[in-house]
Design a protein around this ligand. Structure first.
Ligand SMILES: [Zn+2]
Length: 480
C-alpha cells in the first residue's frame, strides 16, 4: 500500500507521490523564539520526527527544514523589556528550543534557517513580485496585491468577506485591497532593519517561509507542515507569494496540519495565559512520557494536556517497556532441551501480521495512535503466551520470542519511543538557578520588582518554583 495523506489543500486523503522518486522534502513552520516554548510547540516537531523516521524506513532520503522566525514584533518587545538585543534574545531562545526538542528525542532537522540570515533571498523575492506586478510599493512598505492572484483563498477555503472578519486586518486605506498583506515593512526606530531597494526595513512575516522553503527545497516540494492555526493567513499567503513568484504550481504537493493542544479545555496560547512550557511538562513527567503522550493521538485530532492524560501515557509506555525487559530476561534463560517443541506457527503469524498492521497504520496518514494500539496488542498476546504458566523456552519458542522482541524494538524505534538513557539535559542547572535567585534578591533589594518578577516567572517556565520563607528563598523543581 502506498502512503495516504490528508491534504488540507484538497481537503481529502490522497495517495502520496513524491516529486522525485526516492526523495522526500519537508518544510515545517517553526517558532518565534521570544520565550520558552510551550507544549503546543512540541507537537509538530515530534510528529514530523516520526514521519521522517517512517519515510526513511520506507527507503526515502528525507530533507527536513524547520525555520526560526527571529525577526518579529514579539521578540522586539521582549528584547526592549529585558534590555537585550532582539537578535541575541532570539538566538538564545532558539538554542533553548533545540535543547527542548533534543530532550523529547527529536532528531535534528537537516536545516534550521533563520529569517535574519536570509534577508537577501527575501529581498530578491519581494523584488521579483514587484517586477511581475504581484506587489506594489507604498512609500517604504511593499504589499502583495491579492487581486493579482485569482486563486487567493484556495488553501483555507475562505471567501474574502470571511477573511476580513476573521483576520486582524491591517486597516490601511492606502492599500489597493484591504486584504493585501505586507511583504516588506519600513523600519521603526530601534528595530532590527536591513537596507533594501525601498529603504531600511524588515520582512513581513509570511514571505520568510516562502523564500526559505524555495531556497532549501525548491518549488513543488513534498510536504508543508505546521499547526492548524497557520492555515490562514500564514500558509494561504505562502502559497500565494510562492506561486505568483515562480509562475508555476504547486508550490507544495501536500499540506499537513496538526491540531491544537488544549489545556483544561482551552486552546493553549500565550494570549490566554494558561501556558505550560515544554520544560515545565518535562519537570512533572519524564520527557519520554511527554513524547509518548504526543504520539498517542493522531496528529489531526486535538490533544488535551492534563495530569490524567499524561499518567495514562506513562502507564502505556511502561507496559511496553516492561514487556521488552521481561522478554529479554526470558530469552537470557536456558533452553530446555528436553521440552517438547510444539508448533509456534500461529505466534509467528501473529507477529508478522502485527508488523504489517503497524506499518499500515502509519501508511494511513501517519496514524501513530493506531500504530501504538498495534504494539499494545502485540505485547498483550505475546505476554499471554510467553509469560503463561508452563511456558518452556524451547528452540522454536525462543526463536518466536526473539522475533517478537525484534519487531517490538524495531517498530518502537520508528516512533522514537525507546530512550536509551534518560536525557541528562532537563533544563536549567542548580548553579544557574542559584545565580538567578541571587539576581532576583538584588533586584528586590533595590526595589526593581519588575526584574524580580520576571526572573521568578522565567524560572517557573523552566519548572523551578521559588518560595520566599523567613529564612530566605528556597527553590525546588516542579510543583508537586
Ligand atoms: Zn511559516
Amino acid at each position: 500500500m502506498a502512503n495516504m495523506v490528508f491534504n488540507t489543500l484538497t481537503k481529502q486523503k490522497e495517495k502520496f507521490i513524491p516529486r522525485e522518486p526516492g526523495k522526500v522534502s519537508i518544510y515545517v513552520c517553526g517558532v518565534t523564539p521570544y520565550d520558552y516554548a510551550h507544549i503546543g510547540n512540541a507537537r509538530p516537531p515530534v510528529v514530523w520526527d516520526c514521519i521522517r523516521r517512517f519515510l526513511r524506513y520506507q527507503g526515502y532520503q528525507v530533507t527536513l527544514v524547520q525555520n526560526f522566525t527571529d525577526v518579529d514584533d514579539k521578540i522586539i518587545l521582549r528584547a526592549q523589556q529585558s534590555g537585550k538585543e532582539p537578535l541575541d534574545l532570539a538566538a538564545e531562545f532558539a538554542e533553548i528550543y533545540l535543547t527542548d526538542l533534543a530532550m523529547l528525542g527529536v532528531e535534528r532537522a537537516t536545516y534550521y534557517p533563520k529569517v535574519s540570515e536570509h534577508i537577501p533571498e527575501i529581498i530578491q523575492m519581494v523584488q521579483g513580485l514587484v517586477e511581475k506586478g504581484h506587489a506594489y510599493v507604498l512609500e517604504e512598505d511593499v504589499y502583495f496585491a491579492i487581486d493579482s492572484f485569482p486563486e487567493y483563498g484556495k488553501l483555507s477555503g475562505r471567501q474574502l468577506e470571511e477573511m476580513m472578519s476573521g483576520a486582524r486586518v491591517d486597516v490601511d486605506h492606502r492599500k489597493r485591497n484591504l486584504m493585501d498583506f505586507a511583504l516588506w515593512k519600513a523600519a521603526k526606530p530601534g528595530e532590527p532593519s536591513w537596507e533594501s531597494p525601498w529603504g531600511k526595513g524588515r520582512p513581513g512575516w509570511h514571505i520568510e517561509c516562502s523564500a526559505m522553503s524555495l531556497k532549501y527545497l525548491g518549488s513543488g516540494f513534498d510536504f508543508h507542515g505546521g499547526g492548524t492555526d497557520l492555515i490562514f493567513p500564514h500558509h494561504e499567503n505562502e502559497i500565494t507569494q510562492a506561486e505568483a513568484y515562480c509562475g508555476s504550481k504547486p508550490f507544495v504537493r501536500y499540506w499537513l496540519h496538526s491540531a491544537f493542544i488544549t489545556l483544561s479545555g482551552d486552546k493553549m496560547s500565550k494570549s490566554l495565559g494558561n501556558v505550560v512550557t515544554i520544560r515545565e511538562a518535562c519537570t512533572h513527567f519524564s520527557p519520554k512520557v511527554v513524547r509518548f503522550w504526543l504520539l498517542g493521538t493522531h496528529y489531526r485530532n486535538p490533544l488535551s494536556f492534563g495530569e490524567e492524560e499524561l499518567k495514562a501515557a506513562a502507564r502505556g509506555l511502561e507496559r511496553l517497556e516492561t514487556a521488552k525487559e521481561n522478554w529479554k530476561h526470558l530469552l537470557s534463560t536456558k533452553i530446555r532441551d528436553q521440552a517438547e517443541d510444539g508448533s509456534v506457527d500461529s505466534i509467528t503469524e501473529f507477529i508478522v501480521d502485527s508488523k504489517k498492521r503497524f506499518i499500515n497504520a502509519l501508511e494511513d496518514d501517519f496514524n501513530t495512535a493506531l500504530s501504538l494500539g498495534v504494539l499494545y496488542e502485540l505485547v498483550r498476546e505475546i505476554n499471554k503466551w510467553a509469560l503463561a504458566e508452563g511456558f518452556q523456552l524451547t528452540v522454536a519458542n525462543k526463536q518466536a520470542l526473539q522475533e517478537a522482541l525484534s519487531v517490538l524494538e524495531e517498530l518502537g524505534d520508528l516512533l522514537g519511543i525507546w530512550f536509551a538513557v534518560e536525557p541528562q539535559e532537563r533544563g536549567v542547572s542548580a548553579e544557574q538557578v542559584e545565580e538567578l535567585v541571587k539576581k532576583r534578591e538584588e533586584a528586590r533589594a533595590s526595589k526593581d520588582f519588575k526584574t524580580a518578577d520576571w526572573i521568578r516567572d522565567s524560572l517557573k517556565k523552566q519548572g523551578i518554583i521559588l518560595e520566599d520563607t523567613p529564612q530566605g528563598v528556597r527553590w525546588r523543581r516542579g510543583d508537586s
